[in-house]
Design a protein. Structure first.
Length: 201
């Protein structure tokens, strides 16, 4: 019983944090003045509720980036139904997630903290790639020129840069084209050193 109550509280906390985050995205998009009172009002919560979740505006802004990345990872990187293998990224779902306005990725990429956001995003993807490689028990080539970790960071950052370019460039290319570009880049960047292409489906 206590566990069920804990899950309900967690669900309410997540819902409130998500409302605050989406209010922030909406206000940024409309060039509205950003302060705690205005964000809280737009989210339909009190300032007291805001402070129950965040110490101050800086903590909130850091949490917006972290929570956005974590929500993307949770929505798009998982063990596929019927698979027994490691978590993999459903790239098509990932691209759909990125374009949903309420998820705020275009806003986060263009914000003053956009580079920090891109790095957090790449780090989270890299962590999932590391887990994939470890679970696949794929060992780097004995003639590898670069460390596996450096290659995975490069692949993850390339993913993020492709996502960012596609999203901010008005999605002129199809999602299938972006999928092919991401998997091609991953294959080429890791060629002969580690097998990361299977991370995507």
């Amino acid at each position: 019983m206590a566990d069920n109550g804990k899950r309900q509280v967690d669900a309410r906390v997540r819902k409130t944090r998500l409302r605050l985050r989406r209010a922030y995205f909406s206000m940024l998009e409309n060039d509205e003045r950003l302060n705690i009172a205005a964000i809280s009002k737009r989210a339909g919560v009190t300032r007291g509720t805001f402070y129950q979740h965040y110490h101050d505006k800086d903590e909130f802004l850091r949490a917006v980036m972290v929570d956005s990345v974590n929500d993307f990872i949770n929505a798009c990187v998982y063990v596929r139904s019927g698979d027994k293998g490691p978590e993999r990224m459903n790239l098509h779902e990932g691209l759909e997630y990125l374009v949903r306005k309420e998820n705020g990725f275009a806003i986060l990429f263009t914000s003053a903290r956009g580079d920090d956001f891109a790095n957090k995003f790449a780090d989270a993807l890299c962590d999932k790639m590391r887990q994939y490689v470890a679970q696949q028990q794929v060992h780097p080539s004995t003639t590898a020129q670069f460390s596996e970790d450096d290659i995975l960071h490069l692949v993850a950052m390339t993913n993020v840069l492709v996502f960012k370019g596609w999203l901010l460039g008005g999605m002129r290319r199809s999602a299938t084209y972006v999928y092919d570009l991401v998997t091609f880049a991953a294959d080429r960047l890791a060629s002969g050193q580690t097998d990361i292409r299977g991370f995507y489906y």
